[in-house]
Design a protein around this ligand. Structure first.
Ligand code: SF4
Ligand code: SF4
Ligand code: SF4
Length: 580
């Protein structure tokens, strides 16, 4: 009750002489932004709880003895707040100088050069020399896994990564450790990430303001393959990349860049550019069959989706006893890799050992997924290399291609055609919505009039819906962010889960907010990207996965002609108890 009162209460104050009226729990940082004054900060991220560790957001509240941190101080009634004075600028500059004294000065070699929040502020505050004695450390790089590199020499101890890993995802692979001079961010007992509960989602990278965390850079391996005349190099692009890549070239979030992205990939030298949306449609067909089979045979329910490797890592490490509930379908990326080195290799008469498959993904966990030993159903590693959206942008920039001026190009056959159902795979709720379209029409035997399942759309952490399937009620839920998944997994464990089908994506918002997407992502960017995916769906001629004629052709020409067990091996997988 008291909380509700505080929420409804308004306070009036002034910021730099301008009167503002805001809800009582509004921080000075938020209120100042609304009033048109930006306050610098390094530890604060708009989607995370404030930690006030960097102390760069200092402001003056008249009558108070010390400067206050704007990110965690609420506006008080009658406050006279000053965000910009000589004393404040000097205090902020001192905080920045202290941080810089403990930071390597190798900006030119850093992956975040020109995209680093510390570098930008140092420039803004004209820090050209530093009065403080440098105390840089020489800690080893942590790169013992295929996805994430940690360079703790560059860590400014802002705590954003801990907040996202502990509070949002509730994975708790990393935490703060030690005190005062030894204070640092660490895994438990300083073990490697590979030996920790880390799921390689890359959400810590996405919020890190500096170059302390990054994906493993695989661009050199792709250049090498492209330069090898012996290899036939193909690339697939995930649903969510086409609505984010433009941001790397100064475009607005949610700009749809499919045609230009394909053109850029062709200019990079890929022999064929294919669409992962094709195998997203295939996933819908296979997963819908699996759901209907489990409903009919009273199999393990709820069926849990399996597209998100961050989520798969999580259930294998944290809830292995629930693995029988997970769909056996491979992710669209891995279904593509398996088909590329079998179906396409046969069709194009290219030996699979001469084929090199690259994926462009919004995801760091997919770098790990493609190395899993079970992802070799073609007899070779099905997907050779995964690049993030950011890595692709880097490669395009290196070619000197003017991205905005590129003509639109089209995907190559035989993986060109895809549906609107596949387009929305990049959104939380997209896999569910796509599956519901197919499951409904299969069971009801009639056309679904309204294809939009709006109840499962949006950034809500747990969404649910009940669908009438020819008289039977199908209860479904959609979850994004592993912290939310935990809530439902506990219910399944306790036998209290009423759902038949649950979509789970590791990253908040789904792949539009993946750990490999352009830096600076907040909820606002994710909203724009989601809108773009739904626009792609609306504008598609085909909006149901089972209507994709190219998928039907793969079944007719290839999958129906090989042994059922081989089809299963190509399109399905198994999971391993890796209890942490
Ligand atoms: S990759 Fe994900 S799970 Fe691993 S440390 Fe980062 S946020 Fe935590
Ligand atoms: S690793 Fe990055 S996000 Fe984490 S505390 Fe260090 S600087 Fe902040
Ligand atoms: S939600 Fe998407 S980006 Fe995140 S781990 Fe899963 S597949 Fe990767």
């Amino acid at each position: 009750m008291r909380k509700a009162n505080i929420k409804n209460k308004l306070v009036t104050a002034t910021i730099n002489g301008y009167k503002i009226t805001v809800p009582a729990d509004t921080t000075i940082l938020e209120a100042a932004k609304q009033a048109g004054f930006n306050i610098p900060t390094l530890c604060h991220h708009p989607d995370l709880k404030p930690r006030a560790t960097c102390r760069v957001c200092l402001v003056e509240v008249k009558g108070q003895r010390r400067f206050q941190t704007a990110c965690n101080t609420p506006v008080g009634e009658g406050n006279e707040i000053i965000t910009n004075s000589q004393a404040i600028r000097e205090a902020r500059k001192t905080m920045l100088e202290l941080i810089l004294a403990d930071h390597p000065q190798d900006c030119l070699q850093c992956s975040r050069n020109q995209n680093c929040e510390l570098q930008s502020l140092a420039n803004e505050y004209q820090i050209r020399e530093n009065p403080f004695v440098r105390s840089a450390q020489n800690l080893p790089l942590e790169d013992s896994n295929p996805a994430i590199v940690r360079d703790m020499n560059k860590c400014i101890k802002c705590g954003r990564c801990v907040e996202v890993c502990q509070e949002v995802l509730q994975v708790a692979a990393i935490n703060t450790a030690h005190r005062s001079g030894d204070f640092c961010i660490s895994t438990a007992f300083a073990e490697s990430l590979a030996d920790s509960p880390c799921v390689y989602c890359g959400q810590c990278i996405a919020v890190c303001p500096v170059g302390a965390l990054k994906e493993k850079d695989d661009t050199a391996k792709v250049w090498q393959a492209l330069n090898n005349p012996e290899l036939h190099v193909v690339v697939q692009t995930a649903p969510a990349v086409r609505v984010t890549l433009g941001e790397e070239f100064g475009q607005k979030p949610g700009n749809i860049t499919t045609g230009k992205m394909i053109a850029a990939l062709k200019r990079l030298g890929f022999d064929k550019v294919f669409d992962t949306n094709f195998t997203a449609d295939l996933t819908v067909i296979e997963e819908s069959r699996e759901l209907l089979g489990r409903l009919k045979d009273k199999g393990d329910l709820p069926l849990l989706t399996s597209c998100s490797p961050g989520w798969i890592n999580y259930i294998e490490k944290m809830y292995p006893e629930l693995l029988p509930y997970v769909s056996t379908c491979k992710s669209p990326q891995q279904m593509f890799g398996a088909l590329a080195k079998t179906y396409y290799a046969e069709k194009a008469e290219i030996p699979p050992e001469k084929m090199f498959v690259v994926s462009i993904m919004p995801c760091t966990a997919k770098k790990y997924e493609c190395t899993r030993p079970e992802m070799r159903s073609s007899g070779y590693q099905d997907v050779d290399i995964v690049l993030t959206t950011r890595e692709l942008a880097q490669m395009i920039k290196q070619t000197g291609v003017d991205f905005a001026a590129l003509p639109e190009a089209e995907y190559d056959e035989p993986f060109r055609v895809s549906t609107g159902a596949a387009a929305i795979f990049g959104a939380s709720g997209g896999v569910m919505e796509a599956a519901l379209r197919t499951v409904y029409e299969t069971v009801a035997g009639k056309t679904l009039e309204d294809l939009d399942f709006k109840m499962v759309r949006g950034l809500g952490g747990i969404k649910e819906a009940t669908v009438d399937l020819a008289g039977k009620k199908l209860k479904v839920a959609v979850v994004n962010g592993l912290g939310n998944a935990k809530v439902l997994l506990e219910k399944i464990k306790a036998g209290e889960c009423q759902y038949h089908f649950i979509e789970i994506m590791a990253c908040p918002g789904g792949c539009v907010g993946g750990g490999g997407q352009p830096f600076g992502t907040t909820k606002a960017e994710k909203e724009r990207r989601l809108e773009a995916l739904y626009t792609l769906d609306e504008n598609s001629t085909l909006r149901r996965s089972h209507e994709n004629p190219a998928v039907t052709q793969v079944y007719e020409d290839f999958l129906k002609k090989i042994l059922v067990s081989n089809v299963h091996e190509l399109l399905h997988t198994y999971y391993t108890d890796r209890k942490y």
